[in-house]
Design a protein around this ligand. Structure first.
Ligand SMILES: NC(=O)c1ccc[n+]([C@@H]2O[C@H](COP(=O)([O-])OP(=O)(O)OC[C@H]3O[C@@H](n4cnc5c(N)ncnc54)[C@H](OP(=O)(O)O)[C@@H]3O)[C@@H](O)[C@H]2O)c1
Length: 336
């Protein structure tokens, strides 16, 4: 059976990190709004992926769902997953680059106290930048782990899937970025944040710049790249910052704080709003220097808000160049 036979002519959406959190809710919502969709869950753990697929099939027994095993932190795994994807599909309409990790050691109470004196506590709570002390490590391939997981593995995927994206129909690349992607987290001379204090925020800046540059090079091929921010959502990721019982304890305060901060979406349904919304838009109508953010007001109404990204095209293209060089190095290494 050919790849086209398997999709039955319907659209194809691939989601990385689809077995939990925002990715899993996104999967569920895409199946609801796009009839005939063939969904591919790209996850690193087969058991967790199968559990997610079974859960999705419970409410939609006829849904077409495939699984591909992919560890975004490992280039060899990505290259092998791409071969599996190409065996299954002749094109991808929605490529959701959502898998991510954040390794937090502890909260920086010194910075928190100082921010009260400097009156910028809201910035700390808004972005996590300066509030969280991160840890990072090198992968067996010599990359910084947060960079490899959140952005570089995804970049390799995009490069390797180029021939089944775009063409006569547009393909949308949709990255899960974050409000944590603040300029001060990013050093363009150190895109892996080897020496950075905020490797997580830095990866989200690399996502923003890479996405902008991708549009420059790929729009002519009918490939469009956009970034989203799900806002603060309680998932396994946030449980790595504070124990889940603490989050439940402060939940009423978070609802009240929606008066000041519009990205306290809290649940995965609200958080996935911008990711779902993008799949319903004409890609040419979207801007490339905008991050589309899920936002919830104090009444619980969720909308998608455009947030201007503060990176120039020139610096985005430089980051892209560096990403390409790194990618070519791995291609050379694994060419056999
Ligand atoms: N939660 C928030 O407040 C928030 C805010 C802004 C942005 N985001 C972004 O939203 C995205 C989804 O996060 P989430 O909150 O839904 O967290 P989550 O529940 O922890 O989900 C993360 C997903 O990524 C997968 N993943 C992690 N490392 C991977 C790897 N090396 N290879 C393949 N898959 C990997 C996880 O798989 P396993 O289950 O196998 O670990 C899981 O499916 C991330 O990009 C995150 O940065 C989250």
């Amino acid at each position: 059976m050919t790849a086209t036979d398997q999709t039955g002519g319907g659209k194809v959406a691939l989601i990385t990190g689809a077995n939990a959190g925002i990715g899993l809710t996104l999967a569920e919502r895409l199946l609801t709004i796009h009839s005939d969709l063939h969904l591919c869950l790209a996850c690193r753990n087969r058991h967790r992926a199968e559990t997610a697929r079974d859960a999705l099939l419970l409410s939609r027994p006829k849904a077409q769902i495939s699984i591909v095993i992919l560890d975004t932190s490992n280039v060899q795994s990505v290259l092998s997953a791409v071969m599996d994807i190409k065996k299954l599909f002749s094109r991808i309409d929605y490529l959701y680059l959502n898998a991510g990790k954040m390794c937090v050691k502890h909260i920086n109470f010194y910075n928190l106290f100082n921010s009260i004196l400097k009156k910028n506590t809201l910035f700390l709570f808004n972005t996590g930048h300066g509030l969280l002390v991160h840890s990072d490590e090198q992968t067996s391939e010599g990359l910084m782990s947060t960079f490899a997981t959140n952005v570089f593995g995804h970049f390799v995927m995009v490069k390797e899937l180029e021939d089944i994206l775009g063409g006569s129909q547009p393909s949308q690349i949709i990255w899960t970025s974050s409000v944590a992607g603040v300029r001060s987290a990013f050093d363009p001379r150190d895109i892996q944040a080897k020496n950075g204090m905020d490797p997580y925020g830095s990866t989200k800046c690399v996502i923003e710049t890479t996405s902008m540059a991708l549009n420059e090079t790929q729009n002519k091929k009918n490939i469009y790249s956009h970034t989203t921010c799900p806002g603060l959502v309680l998932t396994n990721m946030t449980n790595g910052i504070l124990a889940s019982w603490i989050w439940w304890f402060i939940l009423p305060f978070m609802y009240m704080f929606r008066l000041l901060l519009d990205h306290l979406n809290i649940d995965t349904y609200r958080g996935s709003e911008s990711l779902v919304w993008l799949s319903q838009q004409e890609p040419t109508s979207l801007k490339t220097n905008i991050r589309y953010q899920s936002s919830t007001d104090v009444w619980g109404r969720t909308t998608v808000q455009p947030v201007q990204v503060n990176f120039s095209l020139e610096e985005s293209l430089k980051v892209y160049e560096e990403m390409e060089m790194l990618y070519k190095g791995f291609k050379e290494k694994y060419k056999s």
